[in-house]
Ligand binder design. Structure first.
Ligand SMILES: C[S@@+](CC[C@H](N)C(=O)[O-])C[C@H]1O[C@@H](n2cnc3c(N)ncnc32)[C@H](O)[C@@H]1O
Length: 206
């Protein structure tokens, strides 16, 4: 019984990783990890970490991954649980109190799965959990003028219910961060999906 549920968790995670690789979303993650600019020993929060399939690309950091999908977290724990901590629950105030401050925060593929209210309170909590010198990377499927028709098709088939234009992601982030750098990632032959990345710094804390 335990073995079959373990295999199901791994299958669920493997299917997710394969779908990411097919549309080039994995390459977009590489760009995000580069922009994160990690140093060994950094305290890292990854919200919506999924199976954390990119974990082996990180230097030795103090990593905390959160996801509401129990199977993703089970797969992440099975693979990386000896070097990182995984939580199958949303990141909330109590976690922030116990675990902050963080040097770096990843929110890869998360904000387009949550409504404005959740996105806004999550970004505010992240800002309050970040060191003043810290950095947050967000990456989301987005729709904007001038995208190729293939990129738009991929975006429209994304499972996220809140695929926004870049300015809507920026507006949400600007409530909690004073400095926002933006990048458009993908929409090439190697990386047909296109994503909107934000590098957030200067957390606003009331
Ligand atoms: C597109 S996946 C991204 C996974 C991983 N970050 C990556 O880049 O491969 C989005 C993940 O966010 C998780 N998620 C959605 N809403 C969440 C929330 N409020 N808190 C934590 N995780 C959430 C989903 O379960 C899903 O695993």
């Amino acid at each position: 019984m335990a073995l079959s549920s373990h295999l199901l968790d791994r299958g669920h995670a493997a299917l997710y990783v394969l779908s990411q690789r097919l549309v080039g979303a994995d390459l977009a993650r590489r760009e995000c990890l580069e922009a994160l600019d990690l140093r060994p020993g950094d305290r890292v929060l990854d919200i919506g970490c999924g199976p954390a399939y990119y974990f082996d690309r990180l230097p030795a950091v103090d990593y905390h991954g959160f996801d509401t999908d129990r199977r993703h977290i089970a797969a992440a724990r099975a693979r990386h649980g000896d070097r990182a901590r995984f939580y199958d629950e949303p990141f909330g105030e109590l976690h922030a109190r116990a675990l902050a401050p963080f040097d770096r925060v990843l929110m890869l593929g998360l904000l387009h799965h949550v409504d404005d209210e959740v996105a806004s309170s999550l970004l505010s909590l992240v800002a309050r959990s970040l060191r003043p010198s810290g950095r947050v990377i967000t990456l989301d499927t987005a729709l904007w003028e001038g995208q190729s028709s293939l990129a738009r098709l991929i975006a429209k088939n994304d499972r996220g219910d809140y695929i926004r234009p870049p300015q809507a992601f920026r507006r949400l982030a600007s409530q909690s961060f004073g400095r926002i750098e933006e990048r458009f990632v993908g929409d090439t032959l190697r990386m047909p999906a296109s994503h909107f990345m934000m590098i957030l710094e200067s957390p606003r804390v009331a």
